[in-house]
Design a protein around this ligand. Structure first.
Ligand code: F3S
Length: 293
C-alpha cells in the first residue's frame, strides 16, 4: 500500500500569518490599499488578495493615494523615504525577524564594523537588508563569493532568515578560514529551521517527497533541496493540479511538506488529491491480487 505522511511542521510561519492578517483586514475593512511587491511569495495567495481589493504594485510610482502595505520581506530606507515624501500612509508587515536583521546590520555599519551578509543576492529580504548597510557590506551566497572577499581582520555575519542551515554553516566555516575574527548573528529564523529539520527527518523515511510552495519562494526551494540531499525523489509543486499519477507507485511511502508562504488550503487540496491517487493505486493493486488469485 502507498502511504502518505505529513511533515511535523509545515506551511505558514509567524511572519507570513502576521502579514496576511494585516492585508486581509485591509481588504475586509474596504481600505484602499496596495501591497508593495507580492505580499508573500505565493502567486495563488497574491491573486486572491487582489480579487479581494488589495492588489500588488511593483513600483511606488503606481501608487496614487492608497495605503501601502510593506510585505514580510521588508524594504530599505529609500522606500520609507519615498513614502514620506509622497505623503503616503503605510502599514508595515515586515516580519519582525527580518526587521531585526535590518536593525542589526544598520547598527553594525553605523559602528563602523565590517558586515558580511550570507544569503541570496536576488532575494528581496537580502536586498532590503543590504540597503540598510548603505553599501558597506559584502554579500555571500556561494563558496566563490567567500573566495572573492577582500582581506579583513574582523567580520560580523548576518544571515538571511530563510537560508539553508547547512549551506550557511559551510560558508561560515570557509569565512573563518579567511578572516581571523568572525562574529556570527544566528539570524536564520526558528520557522525556517523547524521546517528544514522536519523536512529532513521525513525525507529520510520516504521514497518520494512533495514540496508545496511558490516557485519564487526561497524557503520552499530550500526545503526541496534538503529533501533531495536526503535522497528522496523530490517534486516541487505550486498547486494540486501539478501532481502526476506516474510519480507514485503502489508500494511507495510519500512525504508532504510546504514552505512558510504556502497556505493551508493549498496543502489540503494537495493532500486530498494524493488520498484519491492512493485509493486508485490500492484498488489497482487489489484487482491485480484478484487476477493472480
Ligand atoms: Fe519571518 Fe521566518 Fe517567516 S523570517 S516571514 S518567520 S520564515
Amino acid at each position: 500500500h502507498m502511504e502518505i505522511y505529513r511533515a511535523d511542521v509545515m506551511g505558514f510561519c509567524y511572519g507570513v500569518k502576521r502579514a496576511m492578517k494585516i492585508a486581509e483586514k485591509a481588504a475586509k475593512d474596504g481600505v484602499k490599499a496596495v501591497t508593495y511587491g507580492p505580499i508573500i511569495h505565493n502567486p495563488q495567495v497574491v491573486g486572491r488578495l487582489a480579487e479581494a481589493g488589495v492588489p500588488a504594485v511593483n513600483e511606488l510610482d503606481e501608487v496614487k493615494d492608497e495605503i501601502v502595505i510593506i510585505r514580510s520581506h521588508g524594504v530599505g530606507p529609500s522606500c520609507y523615504n519615498t513614502l514620506k515624501c509622497k505623503n503616503l500612509a503605510l502599514m508595515d508587515a515586515t516580519c519582525p525577524y527580518v526587521k531585526r536583521n535590518q536593525e542589526i546590520t544598520r547598527q553594525l555599519v553605523a559602528d563602523g564594523k565590517q558586515v558580511v551578509l550570507i544569503g541570496e543576492k536576488k532575494h528581496p529580504e537580502m536586498k532590503s537588508v543590504a540597503e540598510w548597510a548603505v553599501g558597506h557590506s559584502y554579500m555571500v551566497e556561494t563558496m566563490e563569493d567567500v573566495d572573492a572577499l577582500p582581506p579583513m581582520q574582523e567580520a560580523h555575519i548576518v544571515i538571511q532568515t530563510t537560508f539553508s542551515v547547512a549551506l550557511a554553516d559551510r560558508l561560515i566555516t570557509a569565512i573563518k578560514q579567511k578572516v581571523p575574527v568572525v562574529h556570527v548573528n544566528k539570524s536564520i529564523c526558528d520557522a525556517t529551521m523547524q521546517r528544514q529539520q522536519a523536512a529532513r527527518e521525513l525525507a529520510r523515511k520516504v521514497d518520494v517527497m512533495i514540496v508545496i510552495g511558490g516557485c519564487n519562494s526561497a524557503n520552499t526551494g530550500r526545503l526541496a533541496e534538503v529533501c533531495r540531499s536526503e535522497g528522496a525523489v523530490t517534486h516541487h509543486i505550486e498547486t494540486a493540479e501539478e501532481l502526476k499519477p506516474e510519480w507514485f507507485r503502489s508500494q511507495d511511502k510519500i512525504g508532504i511538506t510546504a514552505g512558510a508562504s504556502t497556505p493551508d488550503w493549498i496543502i489540503e487540496e494537495v493532500v486530498g488529491i494524493m488520498e484519491n491517487m492512493k485509493e486508485m493505486l490500492d484498488q489497482e493493486e487489489m484487482n491485480l491480487d484478484v487476477h493472480k488469485g
